[in-house]
Design a binder for this molecule. Sequence first.
Ligand code: PSU
Ligand code: MN
Length: 305
Amino acid sequence: MNNRILDVAPEVREALAAGRPVVALESTIISHGMPYPKNVETALLVEQTIRDNGAVPATIAVIGGRLKAGLSRDEIEYLGRAGRSVAKASRRDLPALVARGADGATTVATTMIIAHMAGIRIFATGGIGGVHRGAEVTMDISADLEELAQTPVMVVCAGAKSILDLGLTLEYLETKGVPVLGYGTEELPAFYTRQSGFRVDYRVDSPEELAAIYRAQRDMDYKGGMLVTNPIPAEYAMDKAVIDKAIDEALRAAEAQGIRGKETTPFLLAKVVELTGGDSLESNIRLVLNNAALAAKTAVCLSQR
Ligand code: PSU
Ligand code: MN
């Protein structure tokens, strides 16, 4: 399992070898998704939530050119303090970062890649990347979607933010054959809010059933993964008008400043937090914890066969 470039933390390796539940976590959310020190506090709380629900956490990153599945407290602290000075590492970035012995914060795409290399089947995060608004001109479509189409990891998220074109994101996932499941809902959640106006493929009401659908996909030898969308708990959801206004303003700022490429998502996320004060950050933290708990419960079901 530990190949030439991969380090699986001892606790994670032992759990995997014994068939015990493990949940992967991404690190772009730590260094690019939230400000310090809330990012570090949240990352540690997410790991604790996974433990409280019976699984072992494996936060994933690239450190000194090594692909890491399972970080120490010090490594999480380092990524959180370094913030946006750490490279945001998506699929195309890994070869150069590894060859140069550099550090990288992993996106959904690269967290899936490294989780799969380590033998981890399920991963919890906040929101995924998708088809950006205006993609019919910019062709800005996140590598996260291609990864869902080719790597057999279940990704538990709270949907996607409407900084993206959610309708086109669903179309893309349909084309690629990626199942989109709604946990306790028929509607795709929009990260800060429980509703988006778009339907998911299937509503699923228990971790047992999520595990059964994942097993069925594996039994068919599909090469891709699947997306579980888990709505933010109602008490932490944001007012739709407030968040829509902030997102519109963030999109206008990005346009005015000519933000492009890999900078687009981090720019929009930071702008939305800035425009909504601490409210959106608090919602963000709550939904990640909610996803961590569901992923851990599902990992427990996956390990019981
Ligand atoms: N969307 C969020 N929060 C995030 C991200 C996206 O609501 O933290 C991060 C994730 O790491 C995701 C990445 O994989 O941004 C997508 O970036 P891009 O759109 O450049 O592929
Ligand atoms: Mn992009």
